[in-house]
Design a protein around this ligand. Sequence first.
Ligand SMILES: O=C(COP(=O)(O)O)[C@@H](O)CO
Length: 259
Amino acid sequence: MDQVWIGTSWKMNKGPAEAIASAQALEGFVPPQGIQPFVIPPFTSLKDVCTVLEDSALMVGAQNMHWEDSGSWTGEVSPEMIRGCGASMVEIGHSERRQHFGETDWTVNLKVHAALRHGLRPLICIGDTLNEYEFGVSHETLARQTKIALHGVARKDLANVLIAYEPVWAIGASGRPADAGFVSDVHTRLRRVVQDLAGAEGARIPLLYGGSVSQDNIRSYVGLADVDGVFIGRAAWKATDFMALIDSVRDLVSDKIAA
Ligand SMILES: O=C(COP(=O)(O)O)[C@@H](O)CO
């Protein structure tokens, strides 16, 4: 592993003024060696945040995207529009979009192809529901979501793909953080899935964990061998908290990179 990814999505929070202020607070941040930080603001601030963070160490992404280049898709945003704002990443298939906005494994696949076609790095979110977890079929669900998301993707493009395992039951104020042992098991199995799909290229896809990550538990996830980063919500919305979370795993990351 050559780097650890630590990012936050601001979800539907921060209007333009607050988003710019948060970006300005992050602008001069120098992350510890081996950590690639990223922020994912709402669309209304995407261009402004990209401008503020243009020469910074942070990457910027969008929270969603349509798969077509343009057309009569009222309310949607195309890959070119996102590129035009200056973003280099795009979050695809977050469970909140699957749950509330009809996102399916198949639309995730279309969006992954579109992102790669347009030079955007897709951050593919996969996750098991509480029912799936309790019935013991999490691994089947995650393998299915991963295989469909990556279906037809050329091996050379896999170097630009990120996957975040985010149990639906772990996300948000009512979620409970996943046990590190369970995350380790999931990631080890996911590693096998991507390796079976795409050999050495698949084996290098960064696998992040997300869901109620906080200052109390971040080290338990980042310390795991098959966890290549974390994707954080609430606990990282304040810029100072985000930077503190990153700083708190400095030693773990340098050990990981050296290993
Ligand atoms: O949803 C996510 C995690 O949210 P938490 O508030 O940390 O539970 C993840 O996608 C980052 O936005």
